[in-house]
Design a protein around this ligand. Structure first.
Ligand code: HAM
Length: 420
């Protein structure tokens, strides 16, 4: 075992998997930019206070934060998510509204590592600040949906809910608390603790013991104000108009405290319930204000890259893009010619690799085969003297293997362009 390994819950993403990650972000960028979203790149680290606005009652803030004092005595934290940072940036830079942004990057949460759950993980997401319109919620939800389609995923389920306005929610939480407190003995010890901190999260309990009480709990829909109900109706009508199928899940509260009205989650149909949340989001109309800004509505989502890729594997879609070079240069004259030739080919836009250390022809050909290149370009003493290069196809199905031709150096690039 080497002395140093990645810390628990942290990983190295190596090629070719890393190419898949990059492509993931590229596809996301295309989907977002086609809808008028620009990229925002906030720092990895912020004042702890920014993230505390997510809500003290959430595990993300109370248990999982990577926070520490920096050398200047500031209490800072690695970002556990980006919504709070985006709101902080909005307050700081005062952009024109609606401010539509997308992002991609690593988040940090000190969680118990398991399949699909890491301490450093990547998200892509969008946020829209400064517009309060149910059809904007629909646009946001639909963009996530479009993105899954662009990846080729078919088994994604969309769950939506509304938590109502803060007043509705307060009345609901009071009713919910009364319900659970009336049956405290039947509640699991873990949920009794949750009840003290955040009664809504008891609805999230997956424990069998809690199931009957959770099923019998009051329904949020009975507590909506007319405005909240109208907003939620608008969201549903918009989703129907776009032909996006969804399920209303009255127990969808999500893990963060800032949500108001619309919440939603995309679940992977092929994954276990412990990691089937591919992504989610909702409205967070009070967050900008809690960070010192003017009251500003906000809505967005974040999608977990790891879990979405797990779903892709299960469905057999969105594999790693091919990474092989086009040509592989084999030079038995010392290597200087390979140096020149690869530089020339790369400048001409042909992906080229070569062998090093002046190995034998046989050993260089082995590396050429392994490289996945379509052709080997071979330069020996004769070729060097004649100003030619031997072009040898490497892949059987492309053309007859071994049917090699000598091509003049001056004709090489047009010849390869024709061939590849
Ligand atoms: P979240 O539900 O905490 O929401 O995270 C979104 C997604 O990130 C999850 O559905 C999951 O796929 C992924 N994720 C979360 N934790 C981990 C982990 N430890 N390992 C791997 N993947 C993970 C948010 O972060 C909100 N900021 C979403 C949002 C944006 N709401 C409004 N705007």
């Amino acid at each position: 075992m080497p002395e140093f390994q990645t810390s628990p819950g942290m990983r190295d993403i190596l090629p070719p998997e890393s190419a898949r990650w990059r492509r993931f972000v590229e596809v996301f960028a295309q989907v977002c930019e086609s809808a008028g979203y620009g990229q925002v790149i906030p720092p990895l680290l912020e004042d702890l206070g920014v993230f505390q606005r997510i809500g003290d009652a959430t595990d993300v803030v109370s248990k999982e934060m990577y926070d520490f004092e920096d050398k200047g005595g500031r209490h800072v934290a690695l970002r556990p998510e980006l919504t709070a940072s985006v709101c902080r940036a909005f307050v700081q830079h005062k952009p024109v509204v609606p401010w539509k942004v997308w992002y991609a990057g690593s988040m940090f949460r000190y969680e118990k590592p398991q399949r699909g759950r890491y301490r450093q993980f990547d998200q892509v997401g969008i946020e829209v600040l400064g517009a309060d319109d149910p059809y904007l919620d629909v646009e946001v939800i639909a963009l996530g949906w479009e993105f899954y389609k662009a990846l080729g995923l078919q088994q994604v389920n969309l769950l939506v809910n509304s938590l109502g306005e803060p007043d509705d929610r307060a009345r609901y939480v009071a009713a919910l608390t009364a319900h659970f407190e009336a049956h405290l003995d039947a509640l699991s010890p873990e949920s009794r603790v949750t009840l003290q901190k955040n009664p809504l999260r008891v609805l999230d309990s997956k424990r069998e013991q809690d199931a009957p009480l959770v099923a019998a709990a009051p329904h949020i829909a009975d507590f909506y104000s007319p405005e909240s109900a109208a907003h939620f109706d608008g969201v549903q009508a918009g989703l129907r108009a776009l032909g996006i199928s969804f399920t209303i899940d009255a127990k969808l509260v999500r893990g963060l405290d800032y949500y108001r009205r619309t919440t939603f989650e995309y679940q992977g149909g092929t994954l276990d319930s412990a990691q089937n949340a591919l992504g989610g989001g909702g409205r967070y109309d009070g967050l900008v204000e809690s960070l010192g800004g003017q009251p500003t509505p906000g809505v967005g989502f974040a999608l977990g890259l790891d879990r979405t890729l797990l779903a892709c594997e299960d469905e057999g879609v969105f594999g790693a893009p091919p990474q092989a070079v086009d040509v592989f240069v084999v030079d038995t004259t010392g290597g200087l010619e390979a140096l020149r030739l690869t530089a020339e080919l790369r400048a001409a836009g042909i992906r080229a690799d070569r062998a090093y250390e002046n190995r034998s022809m046989k050993s260089q050909m082995k590396v050429a085969d392994r490289s996945g290149a379509a052709v080997a370009l071979i330069v020996g003493t004769n070729e060097l003297e004649e100003g030619t290069v031997v072009v040898r196809p490497l892949r059987q199905h492309d053309t007859d293997r071994g049917a090699q031709t000598a091509v003049a150096r001056t004709d090489l690039i047009p010849h390869l362009r024709n061939l590849l």
